[in-house]
Design a binder for this molecule. Structure first.
Ligand SMILES: [Zn+2]
Length: 401
């Protein structure tokens, strides 16, 4: 084990290339649905590094494979897209500058997830000279549209591209610790209906906003009553958007749409959460119907794969061999044992582990609490550590001692 990782130590010059490539990734805008330029850049770069099989799939995700046909398949998955940078005036450096200050790299996607993407490439590149010694395959997948719809592009890759992984490692940030689960997520759209009338004659109508107010109050009451899992914490419910519709501001609105973000803890199901909301609505006699929202934006290649925004919670057993292998690798690289916890946000694990039941763990550089903030940054030393761990884990799963 130790000797394998010694083989795979990153040279100083390579570590510099890793930093420079991470900067290039940050400097290449890649909002969800607009990942074409970054995908082309990644493909070119990986081919130049000597990866034998790099392509984009129909949806536009980048897929690179090395190793042999027989034996297990290990999938490293992280995403190319970023959210829109908010509050531009608050960023310490412009989001696409990839500015380095004091060995810290700043920028949009610095941890979510361009640093793990670059580290996976430079980690996997350490295996290139040993390709014929791999007992199995390492697949790197850099997906599109993971921000608006986690699990979608990886589902397409697994179900439509015929990649059947035995183990999955996700590169969402964990601060170089281990993540082995997350709560699930459902987005409900509740349509509250009323009856329009003139604003001067409200008694002739039924105000959809007043009915929605009763819904909002009932949701607030529900929030205190949701189950708690000792590892993942409580399920939560929160209203995150309201829209009303009426003929004008002089009219009683006949429709109000209320958006509800529901996080599911272990033991809760999408169906159960939907039924719970529906029974509250009927108990309170609120004239409303519940729907789960559908994500159907086209990818940059034009592919549309509608997906319900309903994702289960998942946890991989602490004693699973994949957790143990990652734990050993991190200890070898870092010299100390990592914490083993869970993510506070949602990831592609909702599909790989939550639906497809493929053992899934997470490891990535960067503080998960900085995700989607203007403070996003990564320590350059952590890029190198992550690359070592990615190389070492693949070696431990795919190479004999
Ligand atoms: Zn994100």
């Amino acid at each position: 084990m130790a000797t394998k990782i010694d083989h795979l130590a990153l040279e100083w010059a390579t570590a510099q290339d890793l930093t420079r490539f991470t900067q290039q990734l940050i400097q290449t805008p890649s909002l969800s649905g607009q990942e074409g330029a970054i995908a082309a850049m990644i493909v070119d770069h990986m081919r130049a590094l000597g990866f034998p099989d790099v392509r984009t799939n129909e949806m536009g995700s980048v897929v690179a494979t090395l190793g042999s046909k027989s034996g297990p398949t290990v999938l490293y998955d992280t995403h190319m897209d970023t959210v829109v940078p908010a509050s531009l005036e608050k960023w310490p450096y412009a989001p696409y500058d990839a500015h380095i200050d004091n060995d810290v790299l700043y920028g949009l996607g610095a941890i979510d997830t361009k640093s793990s993407l670059a580290s996976m490439i430079y980690g996997a590149a350490q295996l290139l000279p040993f390709q014929d010694q791999l007992n199995g395959k390492l697949v790197l997948a850099f997906t599109v549209q993971a921000e608006p719809c986690e699990g979608l592009a990886i589902r397409v890759l697994i179900e439509e591209d015929g990649i059947y992984p035995d183990f999955v490692l996700l590169g969402e940030p964990t601060n170089l610790q281990i993540s082995r689960g997350q709560r699930g997520r459902v987005m409900f759209k509740v349509l509250v209906e009323g009856q329009a009338s003139h604003g001067g004659q409200p008694d002739l109508g039924q105000n959809a906003i007043y009915a929605a107010a009763r819904l909002i109050f009932a949701v607030q009451l529900m929030a205190g009553d949701l189950p708690r899992d000792p590892f993942l914490g409580p399920g939560t419910i929160a209203i995150t958007g309201i829209e009303s519709q009426g003929a004008s501001l002089n009219a009683i609105p006949d429709q109000c749409r209320v958006y509800i973000d529901r996080r599911l803890t272990l033991g809760e199901t999408v169906m159960g959460a939907e039924a719970q909301l529906e029974s509250m609505i009927s108990r309170e006699s609120i004239p409303a119907t519940v729907k789960i929202t559908i994500y159907d934006d086209p990818s940059y290649t034009g592919l549309i794969r509608p997906a319900r925004e309903a994702h289960p919670a998942w946890v991989l057993d602490r004693a699973h061999p994949l957790v143990a292998a990652l734990n050993r690798t991190i200890q070898t690289v870092q010299g100390s044992a990592p914490e083993i916890g869970h993510w506070p946000f949602s990831t592609d694990g909702v599909y790989t582990m939550g639906q497809a039941n493929i053992p899934t763990v997470g490891f990535g550089p960067g503080d998960p609490n900085l995700v989607h903030t203007e403070q996003e940054h990564v320590r350059m030393a952590d890029l190198k550590t992550a690359a070592h761990v990615y190389a070492g884990l693949a070696a431990s799963l795919l190479m004999n001692d």
